[in-house]
Design a protein around this ligand. Structure first.
Ligand code: UDX
Length: 459
């Protein structure tokens, strides 16, 4: 099939590349010429394991093209996937200007295209315009109207939410748990099924449903996952207050199959481009439709508070924010999660900012997220390629991302480098008993701190 992806962000680029990888003719369109030039030179603008190689292979094979030429990209395509950004304001209201601008350009291209000559019957019937960006329920219809305002020629609409996770995007796309497609007519449902069938040879389902339901699935799924994280973080906070150990509580509760054991790890709360935005968007849809969503508002508030609670733990240990002035704090992990250089809504950045504002020096290491952090924080913190290089004379180490390479460090080396062997672990990477035996003062989430009193006396 001839497919055009509009927007070469995370979803557009991964989806387009994976479609081309199974033999489709894919054109990725972006308004940013620098991005397109990079892609044409085989360089991915985002960090995603395996993506560079896949782009290079399919680009060289002549199946994957990158362009800024809208007319050509829209005119040739049988299917056009809208994957542009939908930035949200603080209230979670999604800004649809990029989606609607693409729709209107697509409408013009359909109107001005020469009459269909030959080709598959279904191709001559009209293009399918697929909305893949996560957009408020009802947007598909707005896109249809924006296209219809430019042309009377036939075209078809579909909604196709994407569930891939950053850091595991290619595998998630190639072997999805499910594919969800919303359509207004059976023919379009059939054409979408045909496109996705090679990806569900694992027997996983393709659900074809009405458009408003498909649009809601993505929000419901992400809001559920976000709820699980805020839930366990709230329980972890109660554990700290009552001297319970959240690891034990986790084991005890998750052995109930109805609860399950996935996505219930306490920590600094969720970040990234999806959960914070999508949870807020649900709240915003609730306000607009006068349908109260107090649960999801609380999920968001708990998440915002969780990183601040962790910062407060550091402040409390040092006896007040004023005492952070002049302290040297090492930070391991900047990305919102391992496997990505994405720092959008990353707890590490909030905590680093607060430490710097309080007058501390922050020396950070992340395996891949220095450049992306520098765009946001500039040189207000130090960046080190080696994780131990952050530790020289440090008054404490703060761990913000659960990168695997942090899980079994050389504790002896850490102790000898640090000014004080104090660790604030926002991701519960270590067994508290082990850190106690290694002579560290250790704070984590939902578990009693170790050696805290001794360290306080020594201060
Ligand atoms: C998420 C969804 O998983 C994906 O289906 C959707 O398409 C986009 O949003 P992603 O943002 O890539 O994907 O990250 P994910 O791996 O889901 O993690 C989100 C955040 O939750 C991270 O900050 C992670 O640290 C945090 N998290 C996850 C927890 O704090 N505890 C957990 O138990 C799981």
């Amino acid at each position: 099939m001839r497919i055009t992806m509009v927007g070469t962000g995370y979803v557009g680029l991964v989806t387009g590349t994976c479609f081309s990888n199974i033999g489709n003719e894919v054109t990725c369109l972006d308004v940013d010429p620098a991005k397109i030039e990079k892609l044409n030179n085989g360089i991915s603008p985002i960090y995603e394991p395996g993506l560079d190689e896949l782009i290079d292979r399919n680009h060289k094979a002549g199946r994957l093209h990158f362009t800024t030429d809208k007319t050509q990209a829209y005119t040739n395509a049988e299917m056009i996937f809208i994957c542009v950004g939908t930035p949200s304001d603080e209230m979670g209201h999604a800004d649809l200007k990029y989606v609607l601008a693409a729709a209107s350009d697509i409408g013009k291209a359909i109107e001005n295209a020469p009459g269909a000559t030959g080709g598959e019957l279904e191709e001559r019937r009209g293009k399918i315009i697929v909305v893949k960006s996560t957009v408020p329920v009802g947007t598909n219809e707005k896109v249809r109207q924006a296209i219809a305002a430019e042309t009377n020629k036939p075209f078809y609409m579909a909604s196709n939410p994407e569930f891939l996770k950053e850091g595991a995007a290619i595998n998630d796309f190639n072997k999805p748990d499910r594919v969800v497609v919303g359509v207004n007519d059976e023919g379009t449902g059939g054409r979408m099924r045909k496109l996705y069938e090679p990806f569900v040879r694992n027997g996983h389902p393709i659900f074809v449903m009405d458009v408003p339901s498909a649009e809601m699935v993505k929000y419901a799924a992400n809001a559920m996952l976000a709820t699980k994280i805020s839930f366990i973080n709230e329980i972890a906070n109660l554990c700290e207050a009552y001297g319970s150990n959240v690891d034990e509580v986790w084991r005890g509760m998750t052995s109930d199959a109805r609860i399950g054991n996935k996505f219930l790890y306490p920590g600094l709360g969720y970040g990234g481009s999806c959960f914070p935005k999508d949870t807020l968007a649900c709240v915003s849809m609730g306000i607009e439709s006068e349908t109260p969503t107090p649960l999801l508002k609380a999920v968001h508030d708990v998440n915002q508070q969780q990183r601040l609670n962790f910062y407060d733990k550091i402040v409390e240990f040092f006896g007040g924010e004023e005492n952070l002035s002049g302290k040297k704090i090492a930070m391991w992990g900047l990305a919102f999660k391992p496997g990505t250089d994405d720092v959008r809504e990353a707890p590490a950045l909030t905590i680093a900012n607060k430490l710097v504002d309080a007058g501390a020096t922050v020396e950070a290491h992340d395996p891949v997220a220095h450049e992306t952090t520098q765009i946001v924080l500039g040189d207000s913190i130090g960046y080190h390629d080696d994780l131990y290089a952050t530790l020289g004379s440090a008054d404490a180490l703060v761990i913000c991302t659960d990168w695997p390479e942090f899980k079994q460090p050389d504790f002896g080396k850490m102790r000898s480098l640090m000014g004080s062997p104090i660790v604030f672990d926002g991701r519960n990477l270590y067994n508290p008993q082990l850190l106690q035996d290694e002579g560290f003062t250790y704070f984590s989430v939902g578990r009693t701190p170790v050696n805290a009193e001794e360290a306080n006396v020594a201060k």
